[in-house]
Design a protein around this ligand. Structure first.
Ligand SMILES: Cc1cc2nc3c(=O)[nH]c(=O)nc-3n(C[C@H](O)[C@H](O)[C@H](O)COP(=O)(O)OP(=O)(O)OC[C@H]3O[C@@H](n4cnc5c(N)ncnc54)[C@H](O)[C@@H]3O)c2cc1C
Length: 473
């Protein structure tokens, strides 16, 4: 319980009186009192009177501490942590049943570290196959096999899981922790402000809910982000990434191995990530002028052919068959700087998506949920918490996106200058793997040396800098 001597007491009273004055707009003073009741220290104390206000009372704008819009892995894990800490949380999720949307199913070791801090690692681990080994293949030849468990600060391998199952399990756990989950509930409109408000359509019913903060976790390119006039920026990486879930895997597939093959001549990447139950997610990334978009069941033979062209025999494909849809997605980075304003925070892909061919999105999403919940649990002033989250987001996303841009330049960029850079960098990696920054496996907290970029491109050796070719800075 909050001590009366707590330094946040003044803030609490200020907030309380300010909000009480606004209560004229609400149907009851009790609602206003409940809304402004602060999160106290590490645990938000459960409030009295909550049970008296049925969430579906007609004509009443229901009030929560936190509304999470979108029950994907990011939204569900944020809801879970906040509900566990006593916050009154609403999750509005459009789907009544999750299906295969071809999203991230191979999580990097640093994502496991974030998941542990969020308190969701056990849930994910229960759905996942751990790939202890990372096998990188370059131009059909094995180039590196690394034991991730013994060489990452998180002591974890890559976790391969079926995304819809992970979403379902996380949402179930959030509900068990006390979050109210509405399924089949489409977020229609958000009014930002000191008490942001959400309009939700569920069947034929339209309801409104307000909260101290609304977290938008709607995945890639949500319309609501545009409606709120967040300034959206786009990078320039032209790749597409296709994916399909496979069964009947070749007997040679080792479930403890994450297979990634770079065909650097074509800027293509093929990857196979084994999951539980003898299935695996296969991805194939390509330049659109080198390969026509792969889309729909009829394109599976072409997917297999392109995959084989990139991986050779180094990734066993055998007679594997699809057990889900095949589709391709743009890889371009799309982001919002400072993803918080007026009581509304953007998280996960809604805040920033990173080229999925480097598999950072799941880890970034858990990181966002962890950082925002850390801030909300530590601050009475949730506007300050939102701003602090956004500043930290810019830092961690900035590092990940910068380093994945470097990897694009060496492994996927096409053209004579890129080839010259590769010819210099690849032999140097073989001699000294520490030239590869470990950010994409171990996360943005691993310090990036001042000369990291120069060492990665081998610019201190041979013909010097080629920044002019448009390499990521
Ligand atoms: C092809 C591809 C491959 C990828 N591979 C990897 C990988 O191997 N590793 C990795 O780490 N990352 C990968 N990613 C990225 C990863 O999938 C995403 O970063 C991650 O899923 C983002 O999670 P999220 O919770 O932000 O969004 P999502 O997982 O997209 O969840 C958004 C949720 O919001 C709901 N929703 C949407 N609109 C509404 C609405 N109006 N109202 C209510 N609910 C709504 C959706 O139904 C969904 O449940 C990949 C991405 C793609 C496209």
């Amino acid at each position: 319980m909050r001590s009366h001597r707590h330094p946040g007491r003044r803030n609490f009273l200020d907030n309380w009186h300010r909000t009480a004055r606004r209560a004229a707009n609400l149907h009851s003073f009790a609602l206003a009192r409940r809304r402004c009741y602060p999160s106290s220290g590490r645990r938000i104390v459960a409030r009295s009177g909550v049970q008296n206000l049925g969430p579906h009372d007609r004509g009443v704008v229901m009030t929560y501490d936190l509304i999470v819009v979108g029950g994907g892995i990011c939204g569900a894990s944020l809801a879970l942590r906040m509900a566990k800490n006593g916050a009154r949380v609403l999750v509005a999720e459009r789907e009544t049943e999750f299906r295969d949307r071809i999203r991230g199913e191979a999580m990097q070791p640093w994502g496991a570290g974030e998941a542990r801090q969020l308190g969701v690692a056990e849930i994910l681990r229960g759905c996942a196959n751990e790939m202890r080994w990372f096998l990188q293949i370059i131009n059909g030849q094995p180039a590196m096999k690394r034991d991730m468990v013994s060489t990452t600060p998180q002591a974890a391998g890559l976790w391969g899981f079926y995304h819809p199952r992970a979403q379902e399990e996380l949402l179930r756990a959030a509900a068990a922790a006390g979050a109210e989950i509405r399924r089949g509930a489409t977020a229609q409109h958000i009014t930002p402000g000191t008490t942001p408000k959400l309009r939700i359509a569920q069947g034929t019913e339209i309801t409104e809910a307000c909260a101290r903060l609304v977290a938008i976790c709607l995945g890639r390119n949500p319309a609501l982000r545009t409606d709120l006039e967040f300034r959206v920026q786009r990078g320039s990486i032209p790749l597409f990434l296709s994916g399909v879930l496979l069964t009947n895997l070749a007997a040679e597939v080792d479930p403890s191995v994450a297979y990634v093959a770079n065909d650097v001549m074509n800027g293509a990447v093929a990857a196979l990530f084994p999951q539980p139950n003898g299935q695996a997610r296969a991805y194939f990334g390509f330049h659109p002028h080198k390969c026509q978009r792969l889309q729909g069941d009829a394109d599976f033979p072409r997917f297999r052919q392109e995959f084989h062209k990139a991986a050779g025999e180094a990734i066993p494909f055998g007679e594997a068959q699809p057990v889900g849809p095949l589709a391709s997605f743009e890889c371009v980075d799309v982001w919002v700087e400072h993803p918080y304003r007026d009581g509304v925070a953007l998280l996960g892909d809604s805040a920033a998506s990173n080229d999925p061919s480097w598999g950072q999105g799941l880890s970034l999403s858990f990181r966002d949920a962890r950082v925002l919940s850390d801030e909300l649990l530590a601050n009475d002033d949730w506007n300050a918490a939102g701003n602090s989250y956004a500043a930290r987001h810019d830092e961690h996303y900035g590092v990940v996106s910068k380093v994945s841009g470097w990897f694009y330049d060496v492994f996927q960029r096409l053209g004579p200058k890129a080839e010259a850079r590769r010819a210099r960098a690849l032999p140097l990696f073989a001699q000294d793997p520490t030239r590869l920054p470990d950010t994409l496996f171990s996360g943005p907290d691993v310090p990036l040396a001042a000369d990291a970029r120069m060492r990665f491109f081998g610019e201190e050796v041979g013909s010097g800098s080629d920044t002019a070719v448009g390499a990521s800075s």
